[in-house]
Design a protein around this ligand. Structure first.
Ligand code: AMP
Ligand code: ZN
Length: 142
């Protein structure tokens, strides 16, 4: 896609700190380095977000994720863990609309990355949980 910054990185038209490449995927350091080693894994095929993946593309990307995660972890003995984040849609904080998986190394619980999931379970009961469950199950065939 001609006006996509990640397509340009994949094509070598914009520089990047590449950490992995094969026929199907490309991985490089995120410029923001939320924590040191923050890496992005992208499919070479331009798709905007996870909703556009077919099973083949999902296989292409996600089967490579553990290998790259291990490489990031092993890149620094201070890395104790790693968060995998994938933002889909502007409302979910996606800012580059070429799908990408964030690999964010973790050093301590107080390092620069934080993600906070609010516990709303007090607002739920079995009826509400089941309605959501059934709606998701009903859409698995889509
Ligand atoms: P997201 O907000 O999930 O769409 O993440 C997009 C990420 O792309 C951000 O973390 C940016 O720091 C990163 N980014 C944007 N431009 C570049 C670039 N030229 N090289 C490396 N990372 C980039
Ligand atoms: Zn692209």
């Amino acid at each position: 896609m001609s006006d996509c910054i990640f397509c340009k990185i994949i094509a070598g038209e914009i520089p990047s700190y590449k950490v992995y490449e094969d026929d199907l995927v490309y991985a490089f350091l995120d410029i923001s380095q939320t924590t040191p080693g923050h890496t992005l894994l992208v499919p070479k095929k331009h798709v905007a977000d996870l909703f556009e993946y077919d099973t083949q593309l999902a296989s292409d990307v996600f089967t490579r994720l553990p290998k790259i995660a291990r490489a990031v972890r092993d890149s620094n003995p201070a890395i104790k863990g790693l968060n995998v984040i994938n933002n889909n849609g502007a409302v979910a904080y996606q800012s580059v609309f070429h799908s990408h998986i964030h690999l964010i190394p973790r050093y301590t619980k107080n390092d620069d990355f934080s993600i906070h999931f609010v516990d709303n379970s007090g607002d739920y009961n079995e009826v509400k949980y089941t309605a959501i469950q059934e709606s998701i199950v009903a859409h698995l065939g889509d």
